[in-house]
Design a protein around this ligand. Structure first.
Ligand code: PMP
Length: 344
């Protein structure tokens, strides 16, 4: 089939090569040019399509996966969706252990893609037998011929972005990128992309976005895993209560933290001002850019690339629900709620 005619053998051929879109309104008063790598253009609507395809291809290449085998993963939703999609095309069973913090939409979506879903409590420690790590580990031990993707501790997660996201951004900016701003969850996106970019130009600034309630920034600054940093927060897919080996801390220049509230408002602002309907962590990345701008991080001539990991449709019952925003105390006054006009 001819890709040049926009005809494809299957949906997996559409993974990667996402657009870089200039942010025009939100950054108009900032020094520098700002671009978003909009990962919702992947067929599974997130950056996780890249790692699902890359890791499964690699397992096939090594002869680990045979048709009909089972793929298991822990996931905040996006990785699960991508693995389920790749499994359908390639003929594997897909079992996903997800956090109870994941939105109802995400869980329903995983089921729609044929995955078997285990919902596990969000606020238990990683070594608790009920945690999604432990549930996935146990299922992997019990199911013969199963493969555990283990994205937080799998170096192929980094390699996937080293081989795709990094080169794409380098080419799209014609080598002129000065700053990369990306969320860190597993750390695969920022680590792999940064590794490629720094090989091309070691002066590129790599800034990771972390959540309040996560251990990543403190670990990066002190080398210490500080349990006192851990408390529940709302943003899904960003920050962590453990140290993932899929994060290359040495390649990240600094971390910056953002709040649940400011990130939620900023996600809504991106949709309303740039016309890009993006997820909660895209709001977090953009919020980080606002804070960095206030600190004077950027100067004229800089070319800043932010990675927007997923699509807004996954957050209809959260960030894009006025009711949810109000329940979180994120609206100061009722006037912030957009009215629905009943024309009857
Ligand atoms: N945003 C969202 C919505 C995610 O699901 C994830 C993955 N956990 C990330 C950001 C962070 O990406 P990474 O795991 O590659 O650090």
């Amino acid at each position: 089939m001819k890709k040049s005619l926009n005809v494809f053998d299957n949906v997996l051929d559409l993974i990667g090569n996402t657009p870089l879109i200039k942010l025009n309104k939100m950054t108009q008063d900032f020094d520098g040019e700002f671009y978003a790598k909009v990962e919702s253009f992947n067929p599974g609507h997130s950056s996780k399509d890249r790692i699902a395809l890359f890791i499964i291809n690699e397992a096939e290449r090594q002869g680990i996966l045979k048709p009909g085998d089972t793929i298991i993963e822990t996931t905040s939703g996006n990785t699960g969706f991508s693995i389920a999609m790749v499994s359908i095309i390639k003929g594997y069973n897909c079992i996903l252990a997800v956090s109870s913090k994941s939105s109802a939409d995400k869980i329903d979506m995983l089921k729609s893609m044929g995955a078997q879903v285990y919902v596990c409590p969000a606020h238990v420690s990683a070594d608790d037998p009920r945690s999604y790590y432990m549930v996935a580990k146990r299922l992997h031990e019990e199911i013969k011929g199963s493969v555990y993707i283990n994205q937080y501790f799998n170096q192929l997660n980094i390699d996937a972005h080293y081989r795709s996201t990094g080169p794409e951004i380098w080419q799209q900016t014609e080598g002129k990128i000065t700053h990369l701003i990306a969320c860190s969850g597993t750390g695969g996106t920022i680590s792999g992309t940064a590794r490629y970019l720094k090989e091309q130009n070691p002066n590129i600034n790599i800034i990771g976005v972390d959540a309040y309630g996560s251990v990543l920034q403190k670990y990066h600054e002190t080398g210490e895993f500080d349990e006192k940093e851990i408390y529940p927060y709302r943003i899904e897919g960003l920050g962590k209560n453990l140290i993932p080996t899929a994060t290359d801390f040495k390649i990240i220049d600094r971390f910056i933290k953002v709040t649940d509230e400011s990130s939620a408002h900023t996600a809504r602002e991106i949709s309303r001002t740039e016309g890009l309907f993006v997820g909660y962590t895209s709001g977090a990345v953009m919020q980080a850019i606002k804070q960095l701008n206030e600190d004077g991080t950027f100067k004229k001539g800089d070319k800043v690339v932010a990675i927007f990991p997923d699509h807004g449709s996954r957050y209809m019952s959260k960030v894009y629900s006025d009711k949810w925003m109000q329940e979180q105390g994120f609206f100061d006054s009722k006037s912030e709620v957009s009215e629905t006009i009943q024309y009857i």
